[in-house]
Design a protein around this ligand. Structure first.
Ligand code: NAD
Length: 478
């Protein structure tokens, strides 16, 4: 018996949760349920996080959370409960199966059957943003080795346990050599530990085009947070079933399961909504907690219901569908198909002993880290980089000299192009002359000099070499 936390949510949430729980019960899922209140009512009572402290206590105690969609009120500084939950509970993996149900649900891709595994905590979603000058704002893209190792291991383990043949990695490491480069490097390190699973890497742009055009070329795809956020919606949509998809958010201790759609307030309370997205979230939950027989039974009954042409309004189509059902009647139809298998659609068979082998992260030996330079970022409203170079040379130290200026990453000094458009945000790189070393005291002296020269420095970034390899980007064109 597994104790889980359930939130019925807002809008269509309560109806689709009712339908889902009814199916879980009829299928004999061994669950004990604690219900909590999250969402609109909690937000509007003045709690900007949408969840009370005692609800957190229950979620953390039970560790497994089945959540219906909630309504985040517009404006007013309300924080997204989903993002908060993922970060607080360390739910690092977002898993979204995208399968077409041709010919019962319309799609241009009848053979599509893939799983998107998205890193869920890092990347541009760390939410560290700053305005730095009148014209320029920045967002920090943070990628960590433990973050990469956890998600990539999860993808390979998932593939092995769920009988998938190939894991594909999408990154843009031809441009982001450090951040996406690390993700790709860790993928290349971990892939050989799974010789039974094929692996490949695609640059995200052509990979995304291929995914939209020929999704059957992919099996499991793993990627950093932002790409995964976008492409998991694209994949669900082209499977023809954005309203049917569920997702799992997996952490080392806790996990949250949900539908991918929102609370659809316009159709709330009318017994119209399709409960399939949340039901798929629940099926992922059952597999995760080891109740694979029940997960399999429900999924096969659901596939049978879909191929019987018993459809809710959102997928109902004259000619293909047989009967248009409401939320609860659809749930009853799934229940009456328990124990049956689909005929035209492919039957689902789960490995009965799913045990994901996810070793705890082990920190690597510390590298030899050497300071080799500094980038001083400057707010300067003129446009001629040669003039800025004259100014910046005034803050040089005897052994630490200006080596380059870039604007939005493009080298504008020395030997810049007159045509390059420049904003008011400049990166001035200082490096020691040959045979000399730079220290943090030098950086402070550079900043001190810039105050004396009335130069508006915004920030500095230290330039390091790790084990002798310089670990920072060059200027574009350098
Ligand atoms: P939505 O997903 O709620 O609705 C988009 C469209 O899909 C609507 O036309 C709706 O009628 C239809 N739809 C969605 N689910 C359906 C279902 N189960 N059956 C039939 N039709 C369905 O997106 P939205 O309208 O942009 O957002 C509504 C609210 O949901 C917002 O407050 C938003 O913040 C919230 N939201 C919550 C979550 C979540 O809790 N995970 C996710 C997305 C949006």
């Amino acid at each position: 018996m597994q104790r889980i936390t359930v939130a019925r949510g807002d809008g269509i949430g309560p109806e689709i949760m009712e339908a889902t729980l009814k199916i879980l019960k009829a299928a004999g899922a061994e669950l004990e349920i604690d219900e909590i209140e999250v969402g609109e009512k909690v937000y509007l009572s003045g709690n900007t996080s949408g969840i009370a402290k005692d609800a957190w206590d229950i979620i953390r105690k039970n560790k497994i959370f089945l959540k219906a969609p909630i309504t985040t009120p517009q404006g007013g500084g309300y924080k997204s409960l989903n993002v908060t939950t993922r970060k607080f509970l360390g739910l690092y993996a977002n898993v979204r199966p995208c399968m077409s149900l041709h010919p019962f649900v319309q799609t241009k891709h009848p053979k599509m059957d893939l799983i998107i595994i998205r890193e869920n905590e890092e990347d541009l979603y760390a939410g560290i943003e700053h305005q730095q000058t009148d014209e320029v704002v920045q967002c920090l893209k943070l990628i960590s080795r433990p973050g990469c190792e956890k998600i990539i291991r999860y993808a390979f383990e998932y593939a092995r346990q769920y009988g998938r043949k190939k894991v594909t990695c999408f990154t843009k490491d031809n441009i982001m050599k450090q951040t996406d480069g690390l993700f790709h490097k860790v993928f290349d390190e971990i892939a050989p530990l799974y010789p039974d699973i094929q692996h490949e890497h695609w640059i995200i742009d052509i990979g995304a085009a291929k995914l939209a055009d020929t999704p059957e070329a992919f099996d499991v795809i793993v990627m950093p947070n932002l790409y995964g956020d976008i492409l998991s919606d694209v994949a669900a949509q082209i499977a023809g079933s954005v309203g049917l998809a569920g997702s799992a958010n997996i952490g080392e201790e806790c996990a949250m399961f949900e539908a991918i759609h929102g609370s659809a307030p316009r159709i709330a309370g009318q017994d119209k909504a399709n409960p399939s997205g949340l039901l798929h979230g629940a099926i992922l939950m059952l597999a995760h907690i080891g109740q694979t027989d029940i997960a399999e039974n429900i999924e096969n009954a659901w596939l049978k219901t879909i191929e019987d042409g018993l459809h809710t309004y959102d997928i109902y189509k004259e000619g293909t569908s047989k009967e248009k059902l409401g939320t609860q009647a659809f749930a009853d139809a799934v229940i009456s198909n328990l124990g049956k298998k689909p005929i035209a659609l492919k039957e689902v068979i789960y490995n009965k002993n799913i045990t994901l082998q996810l070793p705890a992260y082990k920190r690597k030996e510390q590298a030899q880290k050497e300071l080799v330079g500094v980038d001083v970022f400057v707010h300067w409203r003129e446009t001629n980089a040669n003039e800025l170079a004259v100014l910046m040379k005034k803050i040089e130290l005897p052994n630490i000299k200006l080596s380059m200026i870039t604007n939005r990453g493009i080298k504008v000094w020395p030997d810049g192009f007159r045509e390059t458009f420049c904003t008011d945000h400049w990166r001035c790189r200082f490096k020691p002359i040959a045979g000399e070393k730079i220290t943090k005291e030098h950086i402070i002296a550079l900043l001190q000099n810039s105050i004396s020269e009335n130069i508006d420095t915004i920030k500095t970034e230290n330039l390091y070499a790790f084990n002798g390899i310089e670990a920072f980007s060059l200027g574009q064109g350098q």
